[in-house]
Design a protein around this ligand. Structure first.
Ligand SMILES: Nc1ncnc2c1ncn2[C@@H]1O[C@H](COP(=O)(O)OP(=O)(O)OP(=O)(O)O)[C@@H](O)[C@H]1O
Length: 247
């Protein structure tokens, strides 16, 4: 059977800077993959290419055996959805945002699922008539996540989606996503700089350096015994980098 997703020799450069340098990986079964690496290594660029918000310069992505060249981008983006760090709200109310997906794809709006997800993400207090522009950063982030989950994508690309959340909301998001992954058999590629979160969530880890996949490991193995010096340094350095923000 074909792999869920293949990335073959992806290359991308901005001006004279190489961002992705032959990134190659396969997803063979639904799982939660943490995409880890220092800042500026090409993680977000990779996710934007995977959902076709950007084009690679070279290389191929293949979804269930079909090259991206043969699949309409709109159809592709129903299956692979990106939730970015800057949660973009569409104009209008919270409810307008939640209904967008079904309007775009001409599918019925699943009110019950929307309500359940909002409650699970600690947003039960939120007035659905409130203008989306007036939401806090953390509220926007969670509404954007619900909006995307309602599409039930097969592959969900998560770019630091808990970055502006307090501890309680962060754990709520993790629980919702963990349950969702199991129930729906979805695949997540999750960028996080929160190593404890990655330890809690990862079935696999992809460690990226200078645009190449340096390690592709079972989650537990990666955190117990990373096989490259770079990954070992990264794991030791992250808490120090985070604590320096407090100075
Ligand atoms: N549109 C663009 N034009 C020019 N350079 C870009 C563009 N987008 C990203 N870059 C550069 O590409 C490099 C990789 O960026 P990317 O956002 O993919 O890194 P990242 O690993 O996700 O970093 P972080 O962890 O800090 O979010 C960076 O040096 C960034 O400045």
């Amino acid at each position: 059977m074909a792999n869920i997703l293949e990335m073959n020799q992806l290359r991308k450069r901005y001006l004279d800077k190489i961002i992705l340098d032959g990134f190659t990986a396969q997803i063979t079964r639904p799982e939660i993959i943490s995409l880890l690496g220092k800042s500026g290594q090409g993680k977000s660029t990779l996710l934007r290419i995977l959902c076709r918000l950007e084009a690679q310069d070279e290389g191929e992505t293949i979804l269930h055996g079909h090259s991206y060249l043969t699949v309409d981008p709109k159809e592709w983006r129903k299956k692979i959805c990106y939730v970015s760090q800057q949660s973009y709200m569409l104009p209008g109310s919270v409810e307008d945002n939640l209904r967008t997906v079904s309007q775009l794809h001409k599918t019925p709006f699943d009110m019950q699922l929307a309500r359940e997800l909002m409650i699970s993400l600690n947003l039960d207090y939120l007035d659905w008539g409130k203008k989306s522009i007036d939401l806090s950063g953390g509220e926007k982030q969670r509404v954007a996540l619900v909006r995307t989950l309602l599409l039930k994508p097969e592959i969900l690309l998560l770019d630091e989606v808990t970055a502006s959340l307090d501890m309680q909301s962060k754990h709520a998001v993790e629980k919702v996503l963990q349950d969702w992954q199991e129930q729906e058999g979805a695949t997540f590629i999750w960028i996080t700089h929160d190593i404890e979160q990655a330890q809690r969530m990862s079935h696999r880890v992809w460690f990226i350096e200078e645009g190449s996949l340096l390690e592709d490991s079972d989650g537990r193995e990666f955190f117990e015994n990373p096989s490259t010096v770079s990954a070992r340094n990264y794991l030791q350095r992250v808490p120090q980098e985070e604590s320096s923000c407090l100075i």
